[in-house]
Design a protein around this ligand. Structure first.
Ligand code: ZN
Length: 742
């Protein structure tokens, strides 16, 4: 499924599809839709329907686009799976009123439960493992849940009546008695649509016959592949029908049929011409179209997007992207269906990634679109710090169909798997998954895709899936680099995860180092934060580019900007002198001097202590110095945050300097302390200054006393419990001691 929308659609009913071809994906509207319909949608799993295996449905429906009503009969063939089978449940909304249930010519008693279930009491206990059947006759005005499970609406500027269904995820039961959980596909179906002869009815599979019966025509569609309830679909309107054959390279072909509104503004031939190279590409990459012996086709509908009903995608428009997305679902979603809504990315992540692959392979605008497509997906995913591909709340339709997570982050997850495993392993692993007899034309969950990729590559993907599938967020990388006179490159790679659920994202990191006439892309595979790598180059690096081909779902900053030729820090008896020099500067507004004490180091807590203006753009070497007259006792770390006038920033490498530590002589009592503590130092001095730092290196308390003092009672009542560094400076001396506040 792909939801698209024009701005207009928020306010007015959707009508002409021509308006939809150039549209903007708008997740908010999905959210609006599902919030509006939310209370109906929390239908996670029906244990009552687990006791039988659905084999077949014959659906006989009478519908009209003029009247919001469906009536008919559904005959279900099933095999009991448990002993004592004398009842059978179906999912069916209470708005559908059941008139009779027939079992071998006998009427059964039944009841419709408030839980949207139909409970049928069978006249006998049926044996386990023996195929049986019954017929449910019913009718009613369907509710509309999710994305509009059953819709009747005028299209083409309100001139053409239309009806269609869109059951995903929980809407099949709104209009037919089914088993709608993702654990059992009907092996085959026959659909009979009876509708006024002014209209045409379309459904899954092959059109077997159309028979005039009085004022109506009966359209018989037959689908002989396993199908989940949510992909069973019908649409009726004043369609023009365009049938053709899609020729494939190598001699094969696929029957094509397009059902278009009178106002479609596009022809079946144009659609097929645009579709053909996409179909060919997907076949080349992922194997034969899964329903070659039936058909592929499109039926126009009035919803602002597309829905991948098996063999017949329902389409709001016919843009390249929508054609590609819905076709991709025939492999990913229809041939193999996600085994739970928590695994929806197995449908939508693949369909989204296959959109991108069409650009990668020169279709739909080609390479430049491919580059911007990747960047836009990265931007969308990293626009928020949290969120996993795994759907943590399947009662929320907007969460299931989050375009940021299930679609875009799912697509990037696949892109990163491909990067990690290499093209050969990735594509072979995915083909193995699609052809696995246990999965093909059935259901799959994430571990089953993972197992195929592990088997083909020999790599263990436990951590990868823990980080990128179950884990939330993304990493921001900092690449610190320098090159010495012998052109030896030193690179230190840091990452900051955006969300606490992942402490370290595991993925190889590509970085391109550019010289005047050469470049080299190095791939680092860090296992720890801040890992250092060295590489002998044969050119001088002039610029650095993080992930130039956009493989990673990450943000980055490159360090070492303005070409620093020197950076040092040392204690000179009065202050730590931070010194640096530049060979050239470009657009340099200046340098922020940042310091981190050894107390702040565990939390990576940098404090800004000064500023030096830069030279803008200059070819003249420049020398800078900043005296830190108030270093913390012990080790101090310094770095420069260089800011350009355009707002971009880069960080320097980190240097350290040891400042004197003298803590003999500073007495704290009691220690541990509660509300207050006595601080005493060796001699009475004027202008003593007391500072308390917490374990993150944050200054929590500062007091000064002008009068000569040697001891002082200090209130701790404002401070939370914990460990503090107590620093006293007086007469050019520094004392330090640790204090525990209870
Ligand atoms: Zn989709």
């Amino acid at each position: 499924m792909k939801y698209w929308i024009t701005i207009l659609l928020a306010a007015v009913a959707m009508n002409a599809s021509a308006q939809l071809t150039d549209t903007v994906e708008w997740e908010k509207l999905v959210q609006f839709e599902s919030e509006r319909k939310g209370p109906h949608l929390s239908a996670p799993k029906n244990l009552n329907t687990l006791h039988y295996d659905v084999k077949y449905h014959r659906m006989e429906w009478e519908v009209s686009p003029l009247v919001r009503y469906i009536g008919g009969a559904v005959t279900t063939y099933f095999v009991p799976q448990t002993t004592g089978f004398n009842q059978i449940y179906f999912d069916l909304h209470t708005a559908m009123v059941v008139s009779a249930v027939q079992y071998h010519g006998t009427s059964c008693t039944f009841s419709q439960l408030p839980s949207s279930e139909l409970l049928v009491t069978l006249p006998a206990t049926l044996p386990v493992g023996v195929l049986d059947s019954l017929t449910i006759s019913y009718g009613g005005v369907p509710p509309t849940t999710g994305f509009g499970s059953y819709a009747t609406q005028n299209v083409c500027s309100n001139t053409v009546p239309a009806m269609w269904t869109l059951s995903e995820p929980y809407g099949a039961r709104d209009w037919w008695p089914c088993k709608q959980d993702l654990n059992d596909k009907a092996d085959s179906i026959d659909i009979y649509i009876t509708t006024p002869s002014a209209y045409k009815g379309v459904a899954n599979g092959v059109l077997m016959s159309q028979t005039v019966s009085g004022a109506n025509t009966i359209y018989h569609w037959r689908h002989r592949h396993p199908i989940p309830a949510y992909l069973v679909a019908i649409a009726v309107s004043d369609y023009s029908v365009h049938s053709a054959t899609l020729s494939l390279s190598g001699g094969g072909s696929i029957p094509m049929v397009n059902y278009l509104y009178p106002c479609s503004g596009t022809s079946g031939t144009t659609i097929n011409n645009n579709l053909q190279p996409i179909m060919q590409l997907f076949i080349n990459l992922f194997g034969n179209y899964p329903f070659t012996n039936e058909k592929y086709g499109h039926a126009q509908f009035g919803w602002g997007g597309g829905m991948e009903h098996t063999t017949v995608s329902f389409m709001g428009g016919f843009s390249h992207l929508l054609l590609a997305h819905e076709l991709a679902h025939q492999w990913f979603g229809d041939k193999i269906t996600c085994g739970s809504w928590a695994d929806i990315w197995l449908n939508e992540g693949f369909a989204t990634y296959l959109e991108g692959m069409t650009y990668e392979n020169g279709l739909g605008g080609g390479a430049s679109v491919w580059a911007s497509w990747k960047q836009s997906k990265i931007n969308n995913v990293t626009s928020l710090a949290s969120g996993s591909v795994w759907v943590d709340d399947t009662t929320s339709v907007s969460r299931i169909f989050s375009s940021r997570l299930s679609y875009d982050k799912g697509a990037l997850l696949l892109h990163m798997l491909r990067w990690k495993l290499g093209d050969t392993n990735f594509f072979q692993g995915v083909r193995n998954y699609l052809n696995d007899p246990a999965l093909a034309y059935g259901y799959a969950k994430t571990p089953q895709l993972k197992a195929h990729l592990e088997a083909v590559s020999g790599q263990n993907l436990d951590e990868f899936f823990a980080d990128w599938y179950y884990g939330q967020g993304y990493p921001t990388y900092t690449v610190q680099w320098s090159q010495n006179g012998a052109q030896l490159l030193t690179v230190q790679l840091f990452q900051t995860p955006s969300h606490a659920s992942v402490s370290f994202f595991n993925i190889p990191v590509p970085v391109r180092f550019n010289g005047a006439s050469k470049n080299r892309t190095l791939v680092f595979d860090p296992s720890t934060n801040g890992q250092t790598f060295t590489e002998q180059l044969d050119f001088t690096v002039t610029s650095v580019e993080f992930d130039p081909d956009r493989w990673l779902c990450a943000k980055s900053s490159i360090v070492l900007p303005v070409e620093l030729t020197e950076l040092s820090a040392s204690w000179d008896g009065k202050a730590v002198q931070v010194k640096w020099a530049t060979a050239t500067e470009t657009d340099n507004r200046g340098f922020e001097i940042q310091r981190m004490s050894e107390y702040g180091a565990p939390a990576n807590n940098w404090e800004t202590i000064g500023w030096k203006d830069g030279q803008g753009t200059s070819q003249t070497p420049a020398y800078y110095q900043w005296p830190d007259e108030r270093p913390m006792p012990g080790m101090n770390y310094y770095r420069l945050r260089q800011l350009d006038f355009d707002g971009s920033e880069e960080f320097s490498m980190v240097v350290g300097a040891e400042a004197p530590t003298e803590h003999r002589g500073l007495k704290l009592f009691p220690n541990p302390a509660r509300q207050e503590v006595w601080v005493e130092w060796p001699a009475a001095v004027e202008n003593a200054e007391l500072e308390l730092y917490d374990v993150h290196g944050r200054l929590m308390l500062r007091q000064r006393w002008q009068e000569p003092l040697q001891r002082r009672l200090v209130s701790l009542s404002e401070l939370p419990g914990g460990v503090y560094a107590v620093v006293l400076r007086a007469g050019g001396q520094v004392w330090m001691e640790r204090l525990v506040r209870r």
